[in-house]
Design a protein around this ligand. Structure first.
Ligand code: MSP
Length: 529
């Protein structure tokens, strides 16, 4: 039976247009899904929107809309954006859907019934922006939110609490026994030292001051705290507790299914402390890994509308195509660490990797195959294989293995970089072999055949590996290389397959970008002028 994999993005707040930061996690998740599919996994990929809470309520009011009208429009645009980016999600969960609300309510009821949740009163330092209460030590003398830095306010309400504190020892032990649960591992210590060891507060899990939320069934003047509501999306979308829970059984209940939650660092705490405790008290297994990647930053720091440095994906896709953006996010932003988006780096990298490296390799190789062999890919001529060929073929094999090993460890940036390394050595192979010299000498025809064969074959492999990342590039390459469908599978990467297919030169894979012109264009778009 095929191995199973469940990958999720955070569900985004539909409070405004999504920028390349949110796009980042979704593209990463999509690449992971595509790679796992290439490897024959049965994959389920979930994304969605986190639609309740005070922030949305306020934004809708400002826009003169009801909350649902307000979020409907943003969700619509979000789905359009994912379509343009080629995101192959299997489900899109909205926390305002009945299927989600019912599950969130019944989970809350279960916690109440088993007395994990109790009623109390809460007075605390509240951050409106993060929708979170903080202890006095956390807000300090300045009374600012430790997460976002904005001022907190004192707020009091009758509320329900989850006995998080009771389960802290269990969680500490769970971390010990599962050292890979949190990635990067350093975050585990952060959770331990900042939250678990000093003592966890019981978590306030209801709000009576907000209307826009899921009512507590037993006490409808309260709505469920937005984070409790949101976290349950990962199982409500799979049909947990519903009449049809087959997806839940397949992708969650079955411990053989790997479950990966992706996000960036600011929300790791919710996923590594509250979510595991909730799952334990539901009697459910925990996700295999909580992966915290870095931020996409700007030269001036975090993206923010007030600074005027927000990058939106649409104009990049319009002008440079979907793959140029996906390329930048996966290759140039080092997965797992913070990275920067700058117009200069964008243009430079597209020119170096997509135009010079792969684009040129393709056009040169296809042109030579057309010129010397009428477009028909020659077979290997074993008697003429020399050390340059052998060493090249060996290096390609080493890099193919390196690709696989990186990708299996979800080292996506290293994985995609390995493909460009193959491109590099193939370009060097052309320089070393000098096929234009071989072509002048009939006695060296065998050597020329090997060179062209190896180049076309290597490009076929590159195109297959690119299927994990790109939407348009692989097919454009297959078309020019004349590779039929049966030679496009991942398994075929390990074999030498194509001979006598017809190549066909078409327009360049990527047009070279004019540095000055495109940087000026992007600068203008980013500053919103
Ligand atoms: N609604 C919560 C998540 C609930 S999940 C149960 C939320 N939403 S959000 O809209 O603020 O999205 C946050 C997520 O968007 C981050 O965790 C990250 O995945 C992604 N990113 C948003 N900005 C980002 C960058 N600048 N860089 C990289 N990813 C970032 O938090």
């Amino acid at each position: 039976m095929a191995k199973k994999f469940y990958v999720t993005t955070p569900i985004y707040y539909p409070s405004g247009k999504l920028h390349i930061g949110n796009t980042y996690t979704t593209v990463i998740a999509d690449c992971i899904k595509r790679y796992k599919k290439l490897r024959g996994y049965d994959v389920f990929f979930l994304t969605g929107t986190d639609e309740h809470g005070e922030k949305i309520e306020v934004k809708a009011k400002e826009a003169g809309k009801t909350p649902i009208e307000f979020v409907d429009e943003i969700v619509d645009n979000t789905k359009k954006l994912w379509k343009r980016l080629g995101i192959e999600y299997d489900d899109f969960i909205r926390t305002t859907e009945e299927r989600h609300e019912k599950t969130a309510q019944s989970i809350f009821s279960k916690f109440l019934a088993q007395e994990d949740i109790y009623k109390g009163a809460y007075t605390g330092n509240y951050c409106r922006s993060c929708e979170a209460y903080w202890t006095d030590t956390q807000v300090g003398e300045e009374h600012t939110c430790p997460d976002c830095g904005k001022p907190t306010e004192i707020k009091e309400e009758e509320a329900y609490f989850f006995k998080m504190n009771k389960y802290a020892p269990w969680l500490i032990n769970y971390y010990k026994e599962h050292p890979n649960f949190i990635y990067p591992e350093a975050r585990t210590n952060e959770m331990l030292n900042n939250f678990l060891i000093p003592g966890l507060n019981d978590l306030c899990v209801s709000r009576s001051t907000i209307k826009w939320g899921i009512p507590v069934k037993e006490d409808p003047k309260h709505v469920i705290y937005v984070w409790i509501d949101a976290l349950t999306n990962y199982i409500s979308a799979l049909g947990y507790g519903s009449n049809d829970d087959s997806k839940f059984q397949k992708f969650w209940a079955d411990e053989d299914c790997e479950v990966l939650h992706l996000m960036s660092k600011e929300i790791v705490r919710f996923h590594t402390i509250y979510w595991p405790i909730m799952l334990k008290q539901l009697g459910l297994r925990l996700p295999t890994q909580i992966y915290s990647h870095g931020w996409v930053l700007m030269k001036s720091g975090k993206m923010s509308k007030s600074v005027g440095n927000v990058v939106y994906p649409e104009y990049i896709i319009d002008k440079y195509g979907v793959d140029a953006l996906r390329y930048y996010l996966v290759k140039v932003i080092p997965f797992g660490q913070d990275g920067t988006f700058t117009p200069e780096m964008f243009v430079e990298h597209v020119n170096t990797d997509l135009v010079n490296n792969i684009g040129n390799l393709l056009s040169r190789s296809v042109a030579m195959c057309a010129k010397y062999f009428g477009g028909e890919v020659p077979a290997i001529n074993t008697t003429s294989l020399n050390n340059i060929d052998k060493s090249f073929m060996e290096k390609v094999n080493v890099l193919l293995n390196k690709f696989e090993s990186n990708m299996d460890q979800i080292k996506l940036t290293e994985g995609i970089s390995t493909i460009f390394e193959i491109g590099d050595i193939a370009n060097k192979y052309i320089d070393e072999k000098e096929p234009w010299v071989l072509a002048k000498d009939e006695a060296r025809k065998g050597e020329l055949e090997n060179c062209i064969h190896n180049l076309i074959e290597t490009l076929r492999k590159i195109a297959i590996l690119f299927k994990a990342f790109f939407i348009e590039i692989p097919n454009k390459m297959f078309e020019q290389l004349g590779v039929t469908e049966e030679n496009q599978s991942y398994e075929s990467v390990k074999e030498d397959r194509v001979t006598s297919n017809k190549v066909e030169k078409k327009e360049a894979l990527f047009a070279r970008l004019d540095f000055e012109k495109e940087v000026a264009y992007l600068d203008e778009k980013i500053s919103g002028k």
